[in-house]
Design a protein around this ligand. Sequence first.
Ligand code: 3H9
Length: 683
Amino acid sequence: MPEAVKEARRGNVLVLTIDNPPVNALSVEVLDALAAAVERAAADSAVEAVVLTGAGKNFIAGADISLFPRIAAGEMPPVPWQQYMNRIENCPKPVIAAIQGAALGGGLETAMACHWRIAARTAQAGQPEVKLGLIPGAGGTQRLPRLAGVEKAMEMCSYGDPLDAAEALAAGIFDQVVDGDPVEAAVQFALTGPAVRRTRDLQDRLCAPEQAESLAEVFRQGVHRRMPHQKAPEAAIEAVAAAARLPFEEGLAAERRLFEQCLRGEQSRALIHVFFAERAAAKAAGLPAPRPVGRAAVIGAGTMGAGIAVCFANAGIPVMLYDASPEALERGLAGIRKQYEAAVKKGRMDEAEAARRMERIRPAEGLAEAAAEADAIVEAVFEDPEVKREVFCELDAAARPGALLATNTSTLDIDEIAAATKRPESVLGLHFFSPAPVMKLVEVVRGRATAPEAAATALELARRLKKIPVLAGNCFGFIGNRMFLPYRTQAVAIAEQGGAPEEIDAALTGWGMAMGPLAVGDLVGHDVWLMIRREALRRGVPHIPVSAFEDELPRLGRLGQKSGSGWYRYDENRRPQPDPELIRLLREYAAARGIEQRPWTVEQIRERTLLALVNEGARILDEGMAERASDIDVVFVHGFGFPAWRGGPMHWAEAQGKARVLARLEALYDEDGPFWKPAAWWR
Ligand code: 3H9
């Protein structure tokens, strides 16, 4: 086995390089080797200083995340993370961190246990543990406030967002940022005979305990808003506040206690599951190498098409944009220009960068002109099968052989669309979510004839667009919308049976969903839902009731937010208000059809909607329409506002116990009929 920590001498300076691909994560072996190497250097009279760095692109991406579930499950003993850091910090000779790329989590903690930090411009410093449901556990909550002050440390540890090199320098975390090789700079610095400056001994950036407590209160309110229901952010705030109140070693003890609590909690198990699920989703076994994509085209310049063009431009891929209506094309381009202007105003990019990106998006006068040079073409025209088939017929005539022909449909049959071409092997679905530049999820939908090479090209392309791709089979609604339909069907059914819309939605947002299912209906628009339901019925999707109260809404002019009313009434700021008129219509509808009215508890609302959701997920797995249960979790976390801290619907269901879910589905089946027929997956 290659050595995890390599040693090299530069005169009297010992350079230690952590070499644990792909990201130098801190395994127990790495930590053992590192601490031992530092201690050997301390005892070696020929060594005057130590430089510590990482091999490859990153310094250290943190503790090896795969250890946490094993420790929590009692499969391995806890790792004395803090002690390893103390062993580095207690070296009597100066230890200098030379940082490139990511110094995240345990990586930043290692850097802070060193006596000095010299970083490249590419470096990033962050304590992202809260995103895994954890807090820093290797002394970060105590050392960071000593370098950057309590406020900055609370911000970094509770929100988890990393700083770039310039920000980390300004915050006092890095001592120097250099343009060249940070190792070279660190060696030169070591030769100047720097002091041994232990972070634990620094006091001047700490504030009074009372001030730390008021800061903590402000941050608690912030995380309640931005990360509701999550426990780790509050624990992180408490641990950082302890740094201002307690001596260093007692602060470490407080951190240990809070870290342990988080590690044993369900939220960290769920968030770590999502971390690995995201990375697994982008991989599929047995696919050949992807084809290169140098140029792209987008057909349709509406909200989706324009958004997808922006994704290409942001990733550095030149893209032609075409719309059959010149006005729509002009509107699309104007909207894109506005987006970039707004990004410049907010300081998210400079003017030159915005101009470069805008320059990559070229309007095309005809579809053939747009398609001719493209290696990948995404169609995003109106969701009408006839229109789409026409577009694909034209694309077939115009596109280069081998070009990827993708449709952004969310509900139509990929095979029907592919049949409009003589090259169905090149056709697949690339289902982006709205707003396309923001939403990370892309469903890559394989039709019956889609060639493995086309799927591989689409996966790689999505990764280049910085998306999280998930492979799906060609069934109605693919993974996400297919599961969302029965979930919403249940929400509507509960409303028809006496539930108040605001109570139904609150039951689910209170559980962690970003939006309630009925409010989502108003957001998407009831004309659109009606179309989706009609398509579902046309395609013979089982257990979708042929009529529902929601179908009445478009006829009543209640299209949702865009018309000012739907399940709710909306004020000019699109804030929802319960609507007595809606309730009257709803109860009338139920009375006319003899639908029995009953009271609904929060628990019953949650059980019915969530079991409908996960049972459909299980059917998708039965049919092989998703590769793995964790892919479904990724779809819901990144496309449908499912709380990541519950791990996604299938993780959540498995955490309840498959047998328990099955028993509840069987009970509902007996009570309420075939809608609840349990999928085989539960057995
Ligand atoms: C922590 O440090 C707690 C501390 O307080 C310590 C005391 C308790 N461990 O993302 P990528 C794998 S918690 C294990 O595609 P990129 C990843 O699974 C940790 N594996 O690359 C993937 O494997 P595969 C705090 C890890 O270039 C491969 O590396 N740190 C870890 O797009 C490539 O990953 C974090 O939360 C890890 N720590 O992005 C940082 N990190 O190829 C987590 C990555 O088999 N990491 N892998 O699928 C990241 O944010 C990104 O990986 C990074 C690189 C930005 C570094």
